[in-house]
Design a protein around this ligand. Structure first.
Ligand SMILES: [Ca+2]
Ligand SMILES: [Ca+2]
Length: 111
């Protein structure tokens, strides 16, 4: 089962790396409902330095903003968990950044 989280990344709690924290997964799922599917517009918003790839710092910054906007700021370990999952699932070549291509990769898949 796949969830789409609030920044449009897919997340699978069954096969995730370290998400025994059901609360995180639940909240990620809740955010997904309000945000809809991943778009290049969302990518552009997260890509602060416009190099067409997302570093952990950029994703974290975005997560923080979204949670603060939602009135539910979290501590760093919370964001780290979500980011671990995001990068595990989306950083296909494991170079530590999510390229536009990697970000968009599931977009063309049948789920
Ligand atoms: Ca970037
Ligand atoms: Ca990558």
């Amino acid at each position: 089962m796949l969830y789409l989280n609030h920044v449009g990344f897919f997340s699978s709690p069954e096969t995730g790396p370290v998400p025994p924290n059901a609360t995180v997964i639940f909240e990620v799922e809740v955010f997904s409902v309000s945000m809809g599917p991943r778009t290049m517009a969302a990518f552009g918003k997260m890509d602060l330095n416009k190099d067409r790839s997302l570093s952990k710092a950029e994703v974290k910054e975005y997560l923080k903003l979204e949670y603060e906007k939602g009135g539910k700021p979290r501590d760093d370990p919370f964001y780290e968990k979500i980011m671990d999952d995001i990068f595990y699932k989306n950083d296909g070549d494991r170079d530590g950044v999510i390229s536009a291509k990697e970000y968009n990769i599931y977009h063309h898949d049948e789920l």
